[in-house]
Design a binder for this molecule. Sequence first.
Ligand SMILES: N[C@@H](Cc1c[nH]c[nH+]1)C(=O)O
Length: 410
Amino acid sequence: MEGQELLHTPGGVRDVYGRECARKMHVKKEVHHILKTHGFQDIETPAFEYFDIFSKERGTVQSREMFKFFDRGNNTLVLRPDVTPSIARCVAKYWRDETMPIRLCYTGKTFVNTPPYKGKLQEVTQVGAECFHDDTSDTDAEMIAMTVECLKQCGLKEFQLEVGHADLFRGLVEEAGISQSEAQELRELIVSKNFFGAQEFVGRLEVADSLKEIFEKLPELLGDLTECVQFVKERTKNERVLQALERLQKVEEILGCYGCLDYVTVDFSMLSQYSYYTGVIFRAYTYGNGEALATGGRYDGLVQQFGKKASAIGLAIVIDQLMLALTRQNLFEDTTLGGGILLYPQSLRKEAIGLAQKYRKEGRCIQMLRKASAKSVEEYLEYAKRADVEELIYLEAVNKVETYTIKGNK
Ligand SMILES: N[C@@H](Cc1c[nH]c[nH+]1)C(=O)O
């Protein structure tokens, strides 16, 4: 590759720079702040791990959607497609004997090798939180409320958090007694929102009419939890399903205490994206974005796969999707990149350095710039505008400073 060719990035990844990058850093900081205020401690895990951490049994992304490569010893490595299994691994390793709650949060990239025609980002920044050893409905609700708070903190106003339960579909399939492959087929129809296809499929099965009614009604079982629960309860005795319903009702009651019910809707047709989910699951959406801005759920069986029994629930805010939403909905303030340029002639270098140090101590961001005698101040003002700073401070003579405020360009 040479010349112009070298300027391209592969499909699915992109450069983020300038004001967009400043905004992204800000959004990450705001989300992280909310997690910290809820008692989550930072953790960092590697960007790549052994394939086994994410293999099929863990129930995360499918193998063909992972970026795989080999180390010198010929072990298969993968760029992490998901952070949750890595955190579960850490809990099993570093908190082996702890039985009380562990709260961890992280910021990192995940890599998913989706087919290019889908036009999806293959490298995504997530800020997430995971809570272990707390299987209460209080924590289910807290994670949902915290997701709402993260999105609000970043300035998003209109969004909905859809809440479901992994055991609804599992319990219904269990009761229907259908084969794994049939269940998978039905799952795919529902995931792709092909409810007509799903109805047809269920119609052909030899299962009780009441169960067929539930499957048929699935796309409409959203919004009013009490009504949805009643409809399902009248048609099944499956213990898994009944317990899931009870849990959702509890969680809704607690969400009322957080005062965030306006942002929450139940959706019984919501299926767990990853098979490690065992309980409450949720995803946040806003208008104009097809993809979820946040995802999360309870996964009480995953840590055990790494050798320690621990309940767990977590969430991830998908920063790139949140950025897209905030941009499309025009919710970023008209800001500059910030900071200032201190322009000085060579003869005043010493004074300029002293001045810059003083400003920085005061918390200001100062870029030093020695003035070329052939260049006019106007040229530097033009540059300051391009560089998107807030001010140009010109040290004209000893103790003589002229400050120009730079108007932000959108
Ligand atoms: N790791 C999940 C989100 C999550 C965090 N904890 C539990 N679920 C995801 O990437 O979709």
